[in-house]
Design a protein around this ligand. Structure first.
Ligand code: PLP
Ligand code: ZN
Length: 384
C-alpha cells in the first residue's frame, strides 16, 4: 500500500509548501493533496473489505509513514431506531467514536500526526487541549517514545487529567480556555523547534491531524455503500473533523468512489461558546473570538479556531447550517442516547442529538432523510 501523498497546499492562496511546513504565510492551515489521477487496482473501493478494520485501511490517502497505531478508526455506524422513532426520523444513525483508543475521535488525528512526527525524529510533543486531544497525544506519544507536555484548562474534568498522566504525560492546568492554554504552552516551552526542539500539535497548526480525522468521512461512505447520507451533524470545536470530512468527500469523488452529491453539514456548538454559529448567522467568512466561553462540553469550549474560514465555507457550500444548543439540552439528549440506544454519549454527542431535535421540529430535517450524528467520545470521562 503506497501512499498517494503528493504535496502540501494552501487552500486559501494555493501556495505549494514543503512537506514539513506548518501554517501558510497567509495564515491559513495547509492541507495534504494526493495523486488521485491513476488509482492502483488494489485501492478500488471493492477491495477495501479485505483490509484491516482501522483507519489505515485508507493508507493510500494518508501520509506514507510507518503507522504509530493503537487500532484507531473503523468505528461502528449504528442505526438509532428508537431515537429516530421518537423524533419522527426514519433513518437516524450514530457514528460512535467512543470506541476509539483513548475513548474519542481525537485518536484518529493524533495517530496520523504522531506517526508523521515520529518518522521525522520528533522526540518532544506538546499541545493545548480541551482534554480528549491531550489524552490522545499522550497515548500515541507514549507509544512512539516521545516526551509529552499538555496544557489543559483548569476546568477540565479530572478523568482526562488522570488518563493523560497514566500515559506518562506532564500536565499543566491553566486558568481560562484552550486559547489561554496555547499561550501558556508557548510561554513555558519557548519557541517550537523542528530539530531537537518540541513539536506543536495544536489543532490545525500542522496538517496531518486533519488527515486522520478525514477518515470519518471515508468510513461513513464505505459503511453506507458509497451513498452518502443527506445530513451530517457534527459537534464543532476546532473543526478538524468537519474540515476533514469535507476534504474526504472531494478526494473520494476524485478517486471515482462517489458522485458530486454532498451531505448538508450541520455544525453544532454550545450556546455558551458558539463563534461559528454567530459568524454563520451574520454571513461572515471568518469567526471572531468568543469572549468568556462557558459550557460543560469541554470539547466545544473553543473560542477561536484557525479553521474558521474552512468550516464556514464547507457548511455554506453544503447547504448546511450552524446551530447552538444549551448545556441543559445537550445533557438531557446525551442521557437519551444512553437510555434509548445503549450508547454512553459525551455532552458533545448529546449536543448533536439536541440539534437534530431542534432541526426536525423546525422542518429543516425531513422524515425520510438519512441523518448521521456523531458521538465524538465516551461519556465516562465527564463523571467526577
Ligand atoms: C468529545 C469532543 N467532541 C467534539 C470536539 C470538537 O472537535 P473538533 O475540534 O474536531 O471540532 C472535541 C474537541 O476537543 C471533543 O473532545
Ligand atoms: Zn496561503
Amino acid at each position: 500500500m503506497t501512499s498517494l501523498f503528493d504535496r502540501l497546499e494552501c487552500p486559501r492562496c494555493a501556495a505549494g509548501k514543503p512537506d514539513t511546513a506548518l501554517l501558510c504565510d497567509c495564515g491559513s492551515p495547509l492541507l495534504a493533496r494526493y495523486r488521485t489521477g491513476r488509482v492502483p487496482d488494489a485501492f478500488r473501493r471493492e477491495e477495501l473489505v479485505r483490509r484491516q478494520p482501522t483507519l489505515w485501511r485508507y493508507a493510500e490517502m494518508l501520509p506514507g509513514v510507518p503507522p504509530i497505531t493503537l487500532g484507531e478508526g473503523f468505528t461502528p455506524l449504528l442505526p438509532a431506531r428508537r431515537l429516530g422513532a421518537e423524533l419522527g426520523l426514519a433513518s437516524l444513525y450514530i457514528k460512535d467514536e467512543a470506541v476509539n483508543p483513548t475513548g474519542s475521535f481525537k485518536a484518529r488525528g493524533m495517530a496520523v500526526a504522531v506517526s508523521v512526527a515520529a518518522a521525522r525524529g520528533v522526540r518532544v510533543a506538546a499541545a493545548p487541549s480541551a482534554g480528549n486531544a491531550g489524552a490522545a497525544l499522550a497515548a500515541y506519544g507514549a507509544h512512539a517514545g516521545m516526551e509529552v507536555h499538555l496544557f489543559l484548562p483548569e476546568t477540565t474534568p479530572r478523568p482526562f487529567v488522570l488518563e493523560a498522566q497514566r500515559y506518562g504525560a506532564r500536565v499543566r492546568l491553566v486558568p481560562g480556555s484552550i486559547a489561554d492554554c496555547g499561550r501558556a504552552m508557548r510561554e513555558a516551552l519557548g519557541p517550537a523547534g523542528r530539530d531537537g526542539g518540541w513539536f506543536d500539535f495544536s489543532t490545525l497548526r500542522e496538517p496531518f491531524r486533519v488527515e486522520g480525522k478525514k477518515t470519518m468521512g471515508y468510513e461513513i461512505a464505505e459503511q453506507m455503500e458509497f451513498n452518502l447520507p443527506d445530513v451530517i451533524v457534527y459537534p464543532t470545536g476546532g473543526g478538524t473533523g468537519l474540515i476533514g470530512m469535507w476534504k474526504a468527500f472531494d478526494e473520494m469523488e476524485a478517486l471515482g468512489w462517489i458522485g458530486p452529491a454532498r451531505p448538508r453539514m450541520i455544525s453544532v456548538q454550545a450556546s455558551g461558546c458558539a463563534p461559528i454559529v454567530r459568524a454563520f448567522e451574520a454571513g461572515r467568512d471568518t469567526a471572531a473570538a468568543w469572549q468568556d466561553p462557558v459550557t460543560v462540553a469541554s470539547g466545544l469550549r473553543v473560542p477561536t479556531s484557525l479553521g474558521d474560514r474552512l468550516m464556514l465555507q464547507a457548511i455554506r457550500a453544503s447547504g448546511g447550517a450552524a446551530v447552538a444548543v444549551t448545556d441543559r439540552e445537550m445533557i438531557e439528549a446525551a442521557g437519551r442516547v444512553g437510555s434509548r440506544e445503549g450508547i454512553d454519549a459525551c455532552p458533545e454527542g448529546g449536543a448533536a442529538l439536541a440539534a437534530v431535535r431542534r432541526l426536525a421540529q423546525a422542518g429543516v430535517l425531513k422524515a425520510d432523510e438519512t441523518i448521521v450524528i456523531f458521538n465524538t467520545g465516551t461519556g465516562l470521562k465527564y463523571s467526577t
